[in-house]
Every structure is written in structure tokens, then in C-alpha cells.
Design a protein around this ligand. Sequence first.
Ligand code: NAP
Ligand code: ZN
Ligand code: ZN
Length: 350
Amino acid sequence: MTHTTVHAYAAPAPKAPLERTTVTRRALGEHDILIEIKYSGICHSDIHTVRGEWGHETFPIVPGHEIAGVVAEVGAGVTRHAPGDRVGVGCFVDSCRECDNCRAGLEQYCTGASGPVGTYAATGRDGEFTQGGYSTHIVVDENYVLRVPDGIPLDAAAPLLCAGITVYSPLAHWQAGPGKKVAVIGLGGLGHMAVKIAHAMGAEVTVLSQSLRKKDDGLRLGADHYHATSDPATFEALADGFDLILNTVSADLDLNAFLGLLRTDGVMVQLGAPENPLPVVSGSLFRRRRTLAGSMIGGIRETQEMLDFCAEHGIAADIELIDADRINEAYERVLTSDVRYRFVIDAQTI
Ligand code: NAP
Ligand code: ZN
Ligand code: ZN
């Protein structure tokens, strides 16, 4: 069986601009699906990865784990999807399928020898290095491919595959809903989806952004309140106020100041993955029996549940669609928080 060569955008080295290139995709195995990629979201994790902020990586890397497209071809044993289906692929493309977490539908926490196999910059169980969604086609096992409901446009669906599920999972796990006060720190890709989804779940939603410059957007997206964290009065006014806080910030943050905004037994969930460790003072936690937790994307079953939830509530990402030759410019804009609210690459331009 031979590989197919397809076009892609790759980072050739840490911090180097991405450039047009080719990668190979494996021949279709029995349970594989060939997806014609239509759209690929730009997640801040792509940027952390290609800048080397999460440690050593093997280059070149084709980033992209917010993939939306159409099934082009299926392997002989595929039953879950058919040619023409609208599908998505998120942050992982395989896992051991045998550990307790995989069996429980928590493949993102797979404890097997290779863990969940990342959509890019990982070594698959076939020994091949994975390359992601900034590309025209990808081959993925049918069990790791999601169905995109008809009601969601494919371009606005792409960011749901990472940003959407990353906020949906903790909102569902910690039961955001009527009577719950939820705060979202950072109104970027993850943050704007958190506002929409928490609002759709019925929670009272507050945005905590660096400034008030995106306030109108925040309220339009479904927030009930909007505060600037650059104003010290915010921390006094909102002290002991929230049941649940999602921290989506990609940079260093004083977690202690934000922990002070949790009421007794409140939970703050760390979703942002900045390069540096963030110090936590014991008293920030024990004075109100507060919990600092973390959460990573979501399993396949829950990702499908999230897509169906978004379709039912008429929500998807607010995107800025770009041609592939603007990827590097988009990265620079994300780094200055100038994103409204997700860049999505039109794969036709790759
Ligand atoms: P993004 O679109 O860049 O949004 C991050 C937001 O954080 C910005 O829009 C900004 O919001 C705020 N921010 C940025 N720099 C800041 C600073 N110096 N101080 C305070 N606030 C700042 O990024 P994203 O794609 O949503 O990803 C956010 C983080 O989550 C990244 O670290 C990413 O790697 C991580 N992530 C984690 C998971 C997971 O499974 N846990 C999944 C996906 C992504 P304002 O302008 O409103 O202040
Ligand atoms: Zn991501
Ligand atoms: Zn596993």
C-alpha cells in the first residue's frame, strides 16, 4: 500500500514562520477514513507547540486539531461514516482503547503506553509521526471521527473540535446551569465558546477580560456581566462570588487573585496552558475550601454530545476565515489577543 502526498502548511523549526509544503498520508486501512479537509481552526495550542513553549518537538510540524471536512473515501470495514458525510477531527486520532479511561469514553486521559495520540506532533500506534489539519486531506480511524450536525456550518464548526469541547467538558462536569454563577477568564477562542455554552446551559455568566474593549461582544455572546481585570476594583466587587471559574488564559496569571473570587466550595478549572508554572498560595484554597482543578479537551462520546448540543442551541464559533498565506499574520494577532474569536483557515487555499 502506498502513501498519498498532500499539500500542507508546516512550521519547519521552532519559532520559524509556517510555510507551504507537502506531507504524506497513509493508505486507507480497513477502519480508516480519508477526509477532504474544508476548514481548520487555529488554536493557541498550535502556537505554543510550534514556538517550542511546551518543550522539545520534532519538526517540521503541521499543526491543526480543529478539523472540519467531508468524507472522501472509506476503508472496507468502516461502518460509522460514509462518503459525503460532514465530519470533524479534534485533538487526538487514536488511543489504546483498552485502559479504564478509554473504556469510560475518556480517551483524552488514555493511560496506555502511547496515551492519546495527538493529531499532530505525536507518534501514532503505527509508528508514524502525525501531521495535523493545516492540510488538504487527512486519514483518521473511524472511531476518532465526529459527525458534524447539519445545522452547523462547517467553517464555524471547526473550532468546536477543540475550543468547544475544552470548555463544554468542564462546564458539564461541574454542572454549570440555572442558579450557578460561572466566570470565564479571557475572551479568546476558548473563552468565547465558554460564554456561549455556559449561557446555553442556563448559568449566569461573567467575563473577566483584561479590558472592557470587547464588552459589547461579550454581552452579545451571552454574558450577563463583563469586568476588566486591569481594574483592582473588579477583585473587590466580585470577591467570593462564583461557583465555577474557567481560566482560558494562555499567559502567566496570578491565580491567587482569581481564586479569591470563588465562593465556599467553588471550583476554578485551569484550561490555559502557559509556558511557565503558576504559583498558588495555600490560603487561596483553604480559606473557602476551594478547589483548583484542570481539564483537557474531552472524549469522543462527549465531543459528539457537545456538537449535538451546539446544533440544538444554534451555537458555533465566531470566526474570521483566512487564506492559508495569512497563517503567520494570524498567529501574531492571536499573540496580542487580537482575535475575534477564532481564525479558521480555508483549506482550499492550501
Ligand atoms: P486565545 O484565543 O489566544 O485566547 C486567550 C485569551 O487569554 C486572550 O484572548 C486574552 O483574553 C487572554 N490573555 C492573553 N494574554 C493574556 C495576559 N497576558 N494576561 C491576561 N489575559 C491574557 O487562546 P485559546 O486558543 O483560547 O487558548 C487558550 C489557552 O488554552 C492556551 O494556553 C491553549 O494552549 C490552552 N488550551 C488548553 C486546552 C485544554 O484541553 N486544556 C485546549 C485548548 C487550548 P482577553 O483579551 O479577554 O483578556
Ligand atoms: Zn486546541
Ligand atoms: Zn487508553
